[in-house]
Write a protein that binds this ligand. Structure first.
Ligand SMILES: Nc1ncnc2c1ncn2[C@@H]1O[C@H](COP(=O)(O)OP(=O)(O)OP(=O)(O)O)[C@@H](O)[C@H]1O
Ligand SMILES: [Mg+2]
Length: 286
């Protein structure tokens, strides 16, 4: 049987099975027609959030998914890493959040088919203060992305290395969070603070927020330390760690200076293969 259902002013036709309850029906509808919003978050700096945002987004797009990458970091590394000239932008995430500019005006295409980006700008540094007096200041990004959910299969949000208001906005807007963990000494430092923030957001702002997975990055299996970190993270967060680990690969660090994801910079590289495996693992999980 088919039913007609309205979400945010758009009507959908959805198949339902006899006896299906309301919650199951809403979940089915959501899975079929709404994109998934995933934040890349860890307040520890330099752990691979942006590298993962760019290359996971590019891999998902190459696998035929329509993807929007939202750059929520004033450093704007995800924007420049995708070849956007960040000095000449009329609209960025800043204008959308602060001046109420429609997100459609800020969305830019990239050289990868199916991959779009809402770029960032250094001005975003001041946004946290400007947002302080806004009503529902934790929900600004959620409100902004809600009408875009039906246009994309995945919306990835690249967060800055902080647990400030913009990151809280990102987590409030998201269905899930990927936590990159660098395979180095002190890898788990600060993770409990991040997990506590996620717990508070789940309790107060976004009960549906899930941990999509911990992602081991810059892994070098020749190093004893990397293997120890790998084992420790797997033991600590059993069942929550992606099977795919991202190995240390120089091509991944070179690609952003050419404004390209590794998939177009060097498709044969180990980094390209790792992020393609991660994209496939993520799709399989849904
Ligand atoms: N697997 C990898 N192999 C080699 N270099 C990597 C890898 N992943 C990331 N890098 C490099 O490490 C540095 C930090 O990565 P990245 O910018 O992705 O981290 P980040 O968590 O986004 O940092 P920030 O917290 O400053 O936003 C960059 O120079 C990047 O090119
Ligand atoms: Mg970054």
């Amino acid at each position: 049987m088919w039913v007609r259902w309205e979400v945010e002013d758009i009507f959908y036709l959805c198949p339902i099975k006899a006896g299906m309850d309301f919650v199951a029906f809403r979940l089915l509808l959501h899975k079929q027609y709404m994109g998934k919003i995933i934040s890349l978050a860890n307040q520890k700096g330099g752990v691979g959030k942006t590298t993962t945002a760019i290359n996971l987004a590019a891999s998902l797009a190459t696998l035929g998914k329509k993807v929007l990458l939202v750059d929520a970091d004033p450093q704007a590394n995800a924007s420049s890493g995708l070849g956007i000239d960040i000095r000449s932008l009329e609209f960025t995430i800043y204008e959308c959040l602060i001046d109420g500019v429609e997100p459609a005006k800020a969305i830019l295409p990239t050289e990868i088919e199916n991959l779009y980006v809402i770029p960032s700008h250094i001005d975003l540094v001041g946004a946290e203060i400007e947002m302080l007096n806004m009503v529902n200041r934790e929900r600004c990004l959620q409100k902004l992305l809600a009408p875009l959910k039906q246009d994309y299969d995945y919306i990835l949000i690249d967060c800055s290395p902080s647990l400030g208001l913009i990151t809280i906005n990102a987590l409030t807007a998201s269905n899930s969070v990927i936590i990159p963990v660098q395979c180095e000494y002190f890898a788990l430092e600060g993770i409990s603070k991040l997990l506590n923030t996620i717990k508070i957001i789940k309790g107060k702002l976004n009960p549906a927020l899930e941990i999509e997975g911990f992602l081991l990055t810059m892994y070098d299996n020749r190093l004893r330390l990397a293997n120890q970190v790998y084992d420790e993270v797997k033991r600590h967060f059993e069942g929550m760690v992606f099977d795919t680990a991202i190995t240390r690969n120089v091509r991944l660090s070179e690609a952003p200076s050419h404004g390209k994801p590794v998939l177009t910079y060097d498709p044969e590289s180990k980094g390209a293969a790792n992020y393609m495996d991660l994209a496939k693992e993520l799709i399989r999980k849904q």
